[in-house]
Design a protein around this ligand. Structure first.
Ligand code: APR
Length: 230
């Protein structure tokens, strides 16, 4: 049975109203990464960083899955083989569409983390620097997301999935941030067929055997129907 591994990026949530990072109106156009997405930026100004993630958490809580998220959940439920979804996104739209076991390699807006003791708990809508950790009481709470310079989550498990994949698809990601940008190469090296589904050619397009361009809400359901109908 065919094992399918899928990587998603901000582009799959764009049509749900959540911004991407590197498009013309992207988050990294409006904010400096070093100010809001690094441990140094958080140490320098925790209020600014909490404010940035509180705004994204509020926006994500209003967002709804689009047909691309729904199609991937359908693929996971209907495909005869294993379908593993790895996402760089910190929203919960895959889960809202019914996907299961999603590997959030960059963490989740819905999670809070204590920088002192490592305790994790569901994040409140608004996090503040003076919040105390429910476990150790330290005033060192942070969003449970992976910042630049930090280690992404679930990497051992992800590499194993890629090495066992028959089909690897990257959806809505610019292929500019490693290690995710190398997943296509790794899957191809292990013998998988690789396909990139994106609005336009991504930086690592040459790593993929097949390319489909267009809005995810259109091209992902069509791709899933083809696979399920095959
Ligand atoms: N449908 C399909 N693809 C789209 C759509 C859409 N409606 N809208 C945008 N895209 C594509 C863009 O063409 C771009 O290639 O989605 C990609 C988004 O790229 P980025 O903004 O770089 O987002 P992503 O690749 O997820 O960024 C990776 O970088 O900053 C870090 O942690 C952050 O997880 C993020 C990582």
């Amino acid at each position: 049975m065919q094992k399918i591994v899928i990587l998603t990026g901000a582009g799959i949530s764009a049509e749900s109203g959540l911004g991407t990072f590197r498009d013309e109106d992207g988050l990294w156009v409006r904010h400096r990464i070093e100010d809001v997405a690094t441990p140094e930026g958080f140490a320098r100004d925790p209020q600014l960083v909490h404010g940035f993630y509180n705004a994204r958490r509020a926006q994500a809580s209003e967002a709804r899955p689009n047909p691309a998220h729904q199609a991937l959940a359908r693929l996971q439920q209907s495909a005869p083989g294993e379908v593993v979804i790895v996402t760089q996104n910190v929203d919960s739209l895959h889960e809202a569409a019914g996907a299961r076991g999603v590997l959030h390699m960059h963490g989740r807006l819905s999670g809070a983390l204590c920088a002192t003791c490592g305790h994790r708990w569901p994040a409140p809508a608004k996090m503040q620097p003076e919040d105390a950790c429910p476990a150790c009481g330290a005033r060192a709470t942070r969003p449970d997301v992976v910042w630049f310079g930090e280690i992404p989550h679930h990497m051992d498990e992800i590499w194993q999935h890629l090495d066992a994949a028959d089909l690897f698809a990257a959806i809505g990601t610019s292929g500019q941030v490693y290690p995710a940008a190398a997943f296509g190469q790794e899957a191809a090296r292990a013998g998988a067929h690789t396909v990139q589904l994106n609005l336009d050619p991504a930086d690592n397009a040459r790593d993929f055997a097949e390319h489909r361009h267009g809005p995810a809400s259109k091209i992902v359901p069509a791709w899933v129907e083809e696979i399920l109908g095959a």
